[in-house]
Design a protein around this ligand. Structure first.
Ligand code: PEP
Length: 265
């Protein structure tokens, strides 16, 4: 039986765009989709600006009634207190954020984010009523050793094993091989499918079919409008986490439309 999940294209803007640029981007992006008679029911669209742009994005999305979701790229594990520079899940939820990227490889590399901290971020995001986009994926070294599937599945497993079924069902997982992020080297559709399928089967073994068939698994790593169609044709790839290409409104709108077209087949 083929299980249909609504695809999602999420743009990870990383540390790009101030609040004026973010607003300008969304106005252009929404106009491009409107001009193409885009139906947001075919594929969800989410944007992940910097913390400093979230309020402006909220005002624009609400005032123009845009069916665009938005969220943050990281979150504090604590609710409040003496944590200079941190932003809590409640602060994000009160700005209308519906998703938070958790465990992105750049956060794992440049910040002290280990599995324990990532589990706590997932819990904080869930407790605030938002959806964590949990990022996993192997480095070039692990791929060379041929352990890429075990590695990605292990990362998911380590973070999800203490969640209950209801919590697990609310996750989105992004399989992002580290060697593909920002390098122009994209995973083949076949290897993206293998990883997504291995992750889904591990979820099935741990939480059962309801969770496994519900959780959306995105692919991330040098996605562009030239490779999106072949990747999204795979049955376990439910959309994309897009970095570089999400900074170009036309390119992102093309990726969204290609993803939506596949979901209508
Ligand atoms: C990312 O950082 O999540 C990402 C997928 O980046 P890029 O699309 O630029 O490879």
């Amino acid at each position: 039986m083929v299980v249909k999940r609504k695809p999602l294209v999420a743009g990870n803007w990383k540390m790009n765009f101030n609040h004026r640029e973010a607003t300008h981007f969304i106005q252009k992006f929404a106009w491009l989709l409107r001009d193409a008679h885009y139906d947001y029911r075919d594929c969800e669209v989410a944007l992940m600006p910097s913390f400093t742009s979230i309020r402006s994005v909220q005002v624009l999305v609400e005032s123009d009634r845009l069916p665009i979701l938005y969220g943050a790229q990281a979150v504090s594990v604590t609710a409040q207190g003496a944590f200079t520079g941190d932003v809590s899940a409640d602060m994000l939820a009160s700005l209308g954020c519906s998703m938070v990227i958790v465990g992105h490889s750049e956060r794992r590399k440049y910040h002290p984010e280990d599995d324990a901290n990532i589990v706590d971020q997932v819990r904080a995001v869930l407790a605030a009523g938002m959806t964590p986009i949990l990022c996993v994926g192997e480095s070039f070294e692990e791929r060379k050793q041929g352990i890429e599937l075990d590695f990605a599945v292990g990362q998911v497993h380590d973070v999800t094993r203490d969640l209950d079924t209801k919590q697990a069902k609310r996750l989105i997982i992004a399989y992002e091989p580290v060697w593909a992020i920002g390098t122009g080297m994209v995973a083949t559709a076949q290897s993206a499918q293998e990883a997504a399928s291995a992750i889904r089967e591990d979820l099935r073994a741990t939480f059962g079919s309801d969770v496994a068939d519900t959780v959306r698994i995105l692919y991330g790593g040098s996605v562009t409008s030239s490779n999106a169609a072949s990747l999204i044709a795979e049955p376990d790839v439910d959309g994309f986490l897009v970095g570089g290409a999400s900074l170009d409104a036309e390119e992102l709108s093309n990726i969204v439309r290609l993803t939506a077209a596949q979901s209508r087949l």
